[in-house]
Design a protein around this ligand. Structure first.
Ligand SMILES: [Zn+2]
Length: 532
């Protein structure tokens, strides 16, 4: 390690900001972060160190002398960590929302889009758009199975013909050649859900041959969790792909505790040499539509068709029976786990559970009264919902597993737009605040490793995810005593607290807790094919 000039008194360093104009050329470094506790992302304990930055890279670690850098950040009492790498996002809209404020304000410096099977079909154009209008964060994308399958087969509920499979394979290959870092599936969604494991294997192989990862929103996350994990691992075994299980969770109360088995399956696969890992978000609730609680056939054909069925008493009886059946399968007896995030027709219901709404509107909180309330809301255009159906014990157990990273499952959010899941603003800060400082589920060093070197290694982002000389200067400076998520399910638009500085490629994107105009994000593209 190349050390900078030997220390001068720390007290002098504090006042070493910024130098007189015109002197930049004479300075050894562009920027220095001094007096901070550096936690380097590997899991090693923190060390009191200064970091010097030059041309977007970490130039030196150790002591940086006063006056050696054009600009100096005093990080006394603060943690300096590698910028967080969020490998599970839906930030496909980065080119139109370049600030990526919800991400940078929680310390995220690199995002991966194209998850859950849904991506740009033309990866070349998507990456060109980001290169043309860079974001505040670095950007990579996967090529999505649902996107590719829709392009070739529409929403057909059948296996592909040989010609269709070949066409899909060539689209995946093209996506990889254009710079995608892997292939994603979303096997709970149409049309991915119609694909069998052989189709997925063929397409994942095309990505793996180009050096890509296979990331999967699995077919099931509760009642058939183990089958879904087995299927995902099988794809890795058949193709040699690195495998990422997306947003690992147990989403059915009658399966709570199944995380133990799920993690054991991951361990067993790794023992056999299959490189499978996972990510999670740090919340016990998911977000989705009210419609997802209805049988899917009842939702075909748009709102007027839906209304027709819900207004037909015999049909409604059948729908209600099926709704109860779908809940019972998961160990749920009514809709009390469901809270309204946004019901545009009557916002006074926002924040209430279906049980509360039934009581208020019908004087009964029975399951039947809740279904009736849901029917009324569907007839009025539906609602976005928050579903509290995971257990703390599962979330904690998954978090303690060393091969599970932290990822948000969020997109780039316009501040104040709609009622998104709070994870988009708070996920990383919530881990550092509630899970590390509050409940001590994992150590600070381990939490940072899960947000940095672990995902960087699995997704093969070279020279990122660790604080090391020569690595990209993606850095986050936070207060371990203050860092916290502010966004809640009731008030989701709130930036994370306790994160005064964030740097991307050596440029300051968050300064004194406020976002700057800098948009230094780079495109992280797969280059394996180019290099061949
Ligand atoms: Zn997903």
């Amino acid at each position: 390690m190349k050390l900078a000039r030997v220390a001068v008194a720390a007290a002098l360093l504090v006042s070493a900001t910024p130098s007189s104009p015109g002197s930049a050329q004479t300075k050894r470094y562009d920027l220095a972060i001094v007096n901070g506790t550096v936690i380097d992302g590997t899991g090693r304990p923190g060390v009191l160190q200064d970091i010097a930055i030059k041309d977007g890279r970490i130039a030196a670690l150790g002591r940086v002398a006063v006056g050696d850098a054009v600009e100096t950040i005093d990080a006394k009492g603060l943690i300096v960590a590698p910028g967080f790498i969020d490998v599970h996002t839906h930030a496909d809209n980065l080119a139109t929302r370049a600030d990526a404020a919800n991400f940078v304000r929680m310390g995220v410096t690199t995002i991966v889009a194209g998850n859950c099977g849904s991506s740009a079909l033309d990866v070349s154009a998507a990456l060109a758009a980001v290169r043309e209008r860079p974001g505040a964060v670095n950007f990579a994308t996967l090529i999505g199975h649902n996107t590719v399958r829709s392009a070739v087969m529409g929403s057909a509920n059948r296996a592909p013909t040989a010609a269709e499979l070949a066409r899909m394979r060539s689209l995946v290959w093209k996506g990889m050649a254009d710079g995608a870092v892997g292939f994603s599936t979303g096997l709970q969604y149409v049309p991915g859900t119609y694909a069998q494991v052989m189709e997925i294997t063929e397409l994942a192989r095309a990505a793996a041959n180009a050096g890509g990862i296979y990331a999967s929103h699995m077919r099931n996350e509760g009642t058939a969790l183990e089958d879904a994990i087995a299927e995902t691992i099988r794809v890795g075994e058949m193709t040699g792909a690195r495998v990422q299980i997306s947003h690992l969770k147990v989403d059915s109360p009658n399966r709570w505790g199944a995380s133990q088995k799920a993690l054991a399956m991951i361990d067993a696969a790794r023992q056999k040499g299959i490189d499978v890992r996972a990510d999670q978000y740090a919340y016990t609730a998911a977000s989705s539509t009210l419609g997802i609680r209805f049988p899917s056939w009842a939702l075909e054909g748009g709102q007027s068709k839906i209304a027709e069925r819900l207004n037909d008493p015999a049909m409604w009886q059948k729908i209600k029976t099926e709704m109860a059946g779908l809940l019972a399968e998961r160990g749920l007896r009514d809709l009390s786990f469901a809270v309204v995030a946004m019901h545009r027709a009557d916002p006074s219901l926002n924040g209430l559970s279906m049980q509360q709404i039934a009581s208020r509107q019908r004087g009964s909180d029975s399951a039947d009264a809740q279904f009736e309330a849901a029917r009324t809301m569907m007839l009025a255009g539906g609602a976005s919902m928050v579903y509290h159906f995971m257990s703390d014990a599962d979330v904690d157990r998954i978090m303690r597993h060393p091969e599970v990273g932290i990822a948000s499952d969020a997109g780039v959010i316009g501040f104040g737009d709609g009622v998104p899941h709070p994870r988009g603003y708070g996920n990383n800060a919530r881990v550092l605040g509630a899970y590390v400082r509050g409940r001590r589920v994992i150590s600070l060093e381990e939490a940072i490793r899960k947000m940095t070197s672990l995902p960087a290694g699995h997704f093969k982002f070279a020279n990122r995810g660790t604080i090391r000389s020569g690595y990209a200067a993606d850095l986050v400076v936070f207060d371990p005593a203050q860092v916290a998520d502010i966004a809640t399910f009731e008030k989701p638009h709130g930036y994370a607290a306790g994160i005064p500085y964030v740097l991307v490629n050596g440029e300051i994107v968050v300064k004194n807790g406020t976002q700057t105009e800098a948009r230094p994000g780079q495109v992280l593209a797969n280059t394996i094919i180019e290099k061949r």
